[in-house]
Design a protein around this ligand. Sequence first.
Ligand SMILES: Nc1ncnc2c1ncn2[C@@H]1O[C@H](COP(=O)(O)OP(=O)(O)OP(=O)(O)O)[C@@H](O)[C@H]1O
Length: 329
Amino acid sequence: MSAISVRNLVKKFGNLTAVDGISFDVRKGEIFGFLGPNGAGKTTTINILVTLMRPTSGEAYVAGYNVVEDPVRVREKIGIVFQDPSVDRNLTGWENLYIHGLIYGLKGEELRRRVEESLEFAELTKFRDVEVKNYSGGMIRRLEIARGLMHKPEILFLDEPTIGLDPQTRAKIWEYVERLREEAGVTVFLTTHYIEEAERLCDRVAIIDHGKIVAIGSPDELKQEIGGDVIYIRVGDHSSAARLLEGLQNNGMIISHRELNGVLALSVNNASKVIPTVFEAASMMGIRIEEIKYTQPSLSDVFLHYTGREIRDEEADWREGIRMRHRMR
Ligand SMILES: Nc1ncnc2c1ncn2[C@@H]1O[C@H](COP(=O)(O)OP(=O)(O)OP(=O)(O)O)[C@@H](O)[C@H]1O
């Protein structure tokens, strides 16, 4: 039996179809990622799976229970960590866990033991009696994840677990999530719009865009599916990049392209055949190539391949900035 099974799931808000007929399975014990830009439908899907929202149509089973027909059973089997901080900043780490345990019906010695174990697992024992407002962003996240695990759920849902955290803290959270799977045997379903997060952490990834799954598989499988190489050419500015692209586009060698701050990225079948043509075109147009390199495609190239767009956009960065400011308050 799969840990999660979703069939033709649809969620509409008025005229907007936030989740548009998705189907997928999450295997027991895997770290499964939902990767997509802001607004793609990731949080809506999580909300349906954790029984906070009813789907418009379709079916979803979590730990074998139907999310609409058996929401109480589903909730017993899952832990949830939302995007925005939800711990009480005026309480200590210990107090936050203790109260959460009480809500879940734990009592006496059992509750105290579980709180200690959770603090230990989150490497927060030293800070157990410190008010959460004095914790760093990474410590708060670890506390929230530990809290989501206190009632020993089979499946843990993490909505954007590292949003707004710096790269070093992000890497620590990844290690922590891996440890959960290895030591606690929990199935993890997470959403993210960070490519590196999906690539580093997930056994399998579903790429979601405009409410639809555009690709699903292990990061390696997805990259192999699109095949080919990506050539990065630094020419210094946008107009040179645009001119060079125009000069290259007629030769039929470019599968897709994108440009960011004067760096042109070209998806091609065989980089070693295309690179001489790039130099030729640049020299004919008087464009100086500052740097050129090529790599196998990344998950970001997979997204570009299936959607024709970058996974990150300015709006996402802007919204994330707002969120971070909100979190700092
Ligand atoms: N309660 C709601 N009412 C109306 N529209 C909604 C509601 N919740 C989400 N939406 C819309 O549905 C779409 C999908 O949103 P969703 O939050 O699921 O995306 P997401 O991929 O999780 O992005 P984010 O990380 O920004 O939350 C968006 O266009 C959003 O504006």
